[in-house]
Write a protein that binds this ligand. Sequence first.
Ligand code: URP
Ligand code: ZN
Ligand code: ZN
Ligand code: ZN
Length: 489
Amino acid sequence: MTSLLIRNGTIVTDAMEFNADVYCEDGRIVAVEKGLDAPVGCEVVDAQGCYVMPGGVDPHTHMQLPFMGTVASEDFYTGTAAALAGGTTMIIDFVIPNPGERLLDAYQKWRGWAEKACADYSFHVAVTWWDDSVREDMGTLVREHGVNSFKHFMAYKGAIMADDGVLTQSFPRALELGALPTVHAENGELVDYLQKLLLSKGITGPEGHPQSRPPKVEGEAANRVIQIAGILGVPVYLVHNSASDSVDAIERAKRAGQRVFGECLAQHLVIDASVYYDKDWNRAAAYVMSPPFRAKEHQESLWKALSGGVLQTTATDHCCFCDDQKEAGRDNFARIPNGTSGVEDRMAVLWHHGVNMGRLTRTEFVALTSTNAARIFNVYPRKGAVQVGADADIVVWDPKAVRRISVETHHQNIDFNVFEGMEVTGGPAYTVSRGKVAFERGELRAERGAGRYIDRPPRAPYFGAQELYNAKHPLRSVSRPPAKEASSA
Ligand code: URP
Ligand code: ZN
Ligand code: ZN
Ligand code: ZN
């Protein structure tokens, strides 16, 4: 039996703060009370001066993703270890089948890759094409494999893009299974057109990347997919919103009573588009990800959307490509593998620029880094909670810890850090994964293979409301008298 007592801290949940100790046994929280005694042999963590919060849930990562002719440098071992170093105790990664590939085959492949993970993980599965086997595999994945969300890329034409036809097949199928459709909203046709246009004008460098994916490209797709989901009566989750254009689309839909969820990335909150105009090609290329970084005014609208409830989750889209991999696009920005790191730094960036700057309360921080994702993807209160019965995935957060983020000291397997040089105050003193201390004041004790696959049951609570709403707004028929016999005039 493993046991752990976290003493003297202030517990912060998504709803309240209170002083109590937390006692964990065999990976679960078994007591949350004041003045708990440590049984013999129990490991004790002193959380004096610290906040005891649910471990972070990053609902958007891509460990060892095969993408754009290469494979992401960060694998499930190094990636989850880095996550633990930053206070994140669960990731939801993506199974991305090639068009024509059976969803179940891809899922099994990813499950194999993830066995080396040191923190808990789960998978969204992408719908990149459509036929009857996709429909069938979606059912099997939900019923037998703990998948409750399906991803759709509206961009990446000629590769994994799902057009409106695919969305229209997949969304109602997801609804009938109690699974949530999630979407990368960018108009793939426009991106393709603009990439070719820029290249034809001799713009081949990384500055072509943001110009081929302006905010309206994201806004158009966000508006379209929200309308499609609204017409079909399906809840929808938009990943990595980077622009006020898509935030506005989500806000409008919410005001109209539609069940829409939105995510944003730590990177988009603090990095702007000027990085693509760096004279140094390698530095500019390192920031190539989609959607791209935006003009500064978009950052403030993302922060307001987080504190105002328009966006519910923060993620990283952690998808690492090193210099030599980015090099594939030296003569053509459209070939630079898309992706940046962040899984280790998300919580500190959110705390420093959110809580320390008065944009977020501590409870909002917990909601936005952990609890909301756990609720939306239906693993709450197993994850995202510090309460009896929950998994002992906990971060003991030291609000006074100061760190200068750098590639020199990070644990991520990538040769660049997009937050390089940023000084953040507040960070994990201890990260507890499945009841064991996996990170202690700078020292990583992550254990290869200790992470477990987390089944996510279908029909999160909001499905009941959606179905009731749909039932109250049925398609209508009109009964009419039979047509008159054709009269022989
Ligand atoms: O640039 C990105 N975001 N790469 C990963 C794939 C995706 O679009 O999420
Ligand atoms: Zn994406
Ligand atoms: Zn992604
Ligand atoms: Zn390098």
